[in-house]
Write a protein that binds this ligand. Structure first.
Ligand code: ADP
Ligand code: MG
Length: 235
């Protein structure tokens, strides 16, 4: 579904990605693990058009999206849950979803209504909290809201940037359960994580990034058993 081919991305003169090649297969969960500064966020931003590649190609459903603007990429079916969630903390849950939809894609009220219903079915906890100010939600609920907001555009491919960050193990489990439910409904998912274990356990395939490069790849099972991965990323 998604192919990133020999991509290099720069911030000015600083090269953050070096010849990165990855695949996210349709209907699968793919995880990229790597330490802080490895280039994980840059890779997601390159896919979603926020920090376009200087060299290489990004192909989505065989279409070249390398240089398309972010809103076009969202409309094609790729949605990103940013690192640190970035919800509108002073607005209600409901307004976060509406605004997310407005910014991302839909302007028609009836569409937004329909999508909100779809979201509340997926995330009943958010329905209970719909009138609550988002900043008063727990960390886990805020992450749910960030995922829900990304789902408002009905993506085919969901990109998640460190969804477990700052959350307790139990809460992380519940976030990953939600992701697994979405996966079972056919969503293709690409996750980047420092917390390698739970992400790999939920995944089909994985990559290890180091200093802007793909250092290692394999089935999630292989990576979980790999000595180097165990030593460096699984503690
Ligand atoms: N806006 C930026 N300007 C300059 N350098 C950046 C910027 N964002 C990230 N970098 C650099 O790019 C590299 C990769 O960063 P990033 O993609 O955020 O890594 P990760 O998400 O794996 O922690 C790092 O060396 C980082 O310092
Ligand atoms: Mg990052």
């Amino acid at each position: 579904m998604l192919r990133v081919e020999k991509v290099s991305t720069f911030y000015g003169n600083i090269q953050a990605l070096r010849d990165v090649t990855i695949r996210a297969r349709r209907g699968r969960i793919t995880t990229i693990i790597g330490a802080n500064g490895a280039g994980k966020t840059t890779l997601l931003r390159t896919i979603s058009g926020l920090t376009p590649a200087r060299h290489g190609l990004v192909l989505f459903e065989d279409k070249d999206i390398t240089s398309l603007p972010p809103d076009r990429i969202v409309r094609m079916g790729i949605s990103q849950v940013p690192q640190g969630r970035q919800i509108f903390s002073e607005l209600t849950v409901e307004d976060n979803l509406k605004l997310g939809a407005y910014i991302r894609r839909f302007r028609k009220r009836s569409d937004i209504m329909r999508d909100k219903e779809f979201i509340y079915e997926l995330f009943p906890i958010l329905y209970q909290r719909r009138k609550q100010i988002a900043g008063t939600l727990s960390g886990g609920e805020q992450q749910m809201l960030a995922i829900a907001r990304a789902m408002m555009s009905r993506p085919k491919l969901l990109l998640l940037d460190e969804p477990s960050m700052g959350l307790a193990p139990k809460v992380i489990q519940s976030i990953f359960k939600t992701l697994f439910d979405l996966h079972e409904q056919g969503l293709t998912i690409l996750i980047v994580e420092q917390d390698a274990k739970i992400a790999l356990e939920a995944s089909d395939y994985g990559y290890v990034m180091r200093m802007g490069k793909i250092a290692l790849e394999g089935s999630a099972k292989e990576l979980l058993e790999n000595e180097e991965v165990k030593r460096i990323y699984l503690g």
